[in-house]
Design a protein around this ligand. Structure first.
Ligand code: C2E
Ligand code: CA
Ligand code: CA
Length: 360
């Protein structure tokens, strides 16, 4: 395992965080050219899973408010240390940390996360590339661990019983349907999507779940279930059956990570997909890499040929955004546009209606 890393942001703290996310960050309230709240927002957007230790000479009430802001952004905030402090106090903070694993490298079992109610659904905006407006959002699961902080799905999804995976899917579908009402109250009627596995779909009473939780509003555009191409090709007949049944309830399917599995296009033709999501590995660099650009263009054309919406995922640069836009891709998603964020931040964003990529 790699050694512990600690980091005190200095001149350009937010820019420095682009380079690396250490296990612990000592954060002063006022920083040169920035402040603690700026850094907190940036860490929250990245889903930072390490520890944030506040230090400051300012008054304790302000420090406590800053800590609360950090918690609202999903960060693992430690009680503030007031300056001046002794090396002993610092040693105490560090000795309490679990440095044997880096943030993000922690493994927690899915069963444990469900049993303890640690799961929460975050949202990443999807942008309509023609109008540069918000078109929808993908719900992505996070685990708020009491010791390790916010954990990405890679830390807990691979583990877990079949039953736990079904429970997870039930949880994210119910949460997405509930959260839709909160966005609708702001006058935004979003087409939201959640991820699911075929195993979970077979083990769930989906129609009953949807009937119970679906928004009553006539403006509800339905829910999208994302299933990876790899899973789809192994279960084409079942997928057809379930897709047909779900359409009755306003649920459509998206094929996720498309291109990754090099599936037989002929077989996929039989399936009623509403969305095809280009795999991140092709979108990354498609603005400069001709091979990736060619694959993206082929998948976009194929999606349109099937009558499906093409979604480019993993847009990290202006060049890639412009490239997929030029190729006629319908929707875009990626860190360049917006990172996954907690529900409260997502709703705040809807309130501000801030999402207008100016680079197209
Ligand atoms: P996915 O469905 O392909 O989701 C997209 C992943 O790419 C997300 O990772 C997202 O944070 C990340 N991403 C978005 N934009 C960019 C970008 O510009 N650059 C890069 N490098 N990455 C980007 P995340 O949230 O860690 O999720 C990983 C995977 O875990 C998901 O991949 C999905 O397969 C699975 N997953 C997430 N939530 C759920 C869930 O509720 N249920 C199930 N069954 N699986 C889930
Ligand atoms: Ca997905
Ligand atoms: Ca994907």
């Amino acid at each position: 395992m790699s050694s512990p890393s600690a980091f005190i942001p200095r001149a350009t703290p937010v820019a420095a965080l682009e380079q690396r996310l250490p296990a612990i960050i000592f954060l002063d309230v006022a920083l040169e050219g920035s402040d603690a709240i700026d850094v907190i927002r940036s860490l929250g957007e990245r889903g930072y899973a390490g520890v944030v230790q506040l230090i400051s000479g300012s008054n304790i009430a302000l420090l406590e408010d800053v800590a609360r802001v950090g918690e609202r952004h999903g960060l693992n905030m430690r009680a503030p240390l007031q300056k001046p402090f002794r090396a002993e106090a610092l040693r105490h903070v560090i000795s309490g940390l679990h440095f044997d694993r880096q943030p993000g490298g922690v493994d927690v079992s899915l069963d444990e996360a469900i049993a303890n109610n640690w799961l929460e659904l975050w949202y990443q905006p999807k942008i309509d590339l023609r109008t540069s407006t918000l078109a929808g959002a993908e719900g992505l699961i996070r685990c708020r661990h009491p010791v390790h902080g916010m954990l990405p799905p890679a830390s807990f999804l691979d583990s877990g019983s079949e039953q736990a995976h079904a429970q997870l899917t039930e949880h994210v579908i119910a949460a997405a349907l509930r959260d839709w009402n909160d966005a609708a109250e702001l006058g935004v009627y979003l087409h939201t999507a959640v991820n699911t596995s075929i195993g979970a779909l077979t083990n769930l009473q989906l129609p009953a779940l949807i009937r119970e939780n679906r928004p009553k509003s006539e403006k509800w555009p339905g829910l999208i279930l994302e299933i990876t191409e790899n899973e789809v090709v192994k279960n084409v007949a079942f997928m057809h059956e379930i897709a047909t049944q779900l359409r009755i309830y306003g649920i459509t399917l998206a094929i996720d990570d498309f291109g990754e599995g090099f599936s037989s296009f002929a077989r996929l033709r039989e399936l009623p997909f509403a969305e095809v999501k280009l795999d991140i590995s092709f979108v990354k660099g498609c603005g400069t890499d001709l091979k990736n650009a060619g694959i993206c263009q082929a998948i976009i054309n194929l999606a349109h040929h099937f009558g499906a919406v093409a979604v480019a995922e993993g847009i990290e640069t202006a060049a890639d955004l412009q490239a997929v836009h030029r190729m006629g891709c319908d929707l875009g998603q990626g860190f360049f546009l917006a990172r996954p964020m907690p529900k409260a931040n997502f709703l705040a964003l809807l309130r501000q209606r801030e999402l207008h990529p100016q680079v197209l």
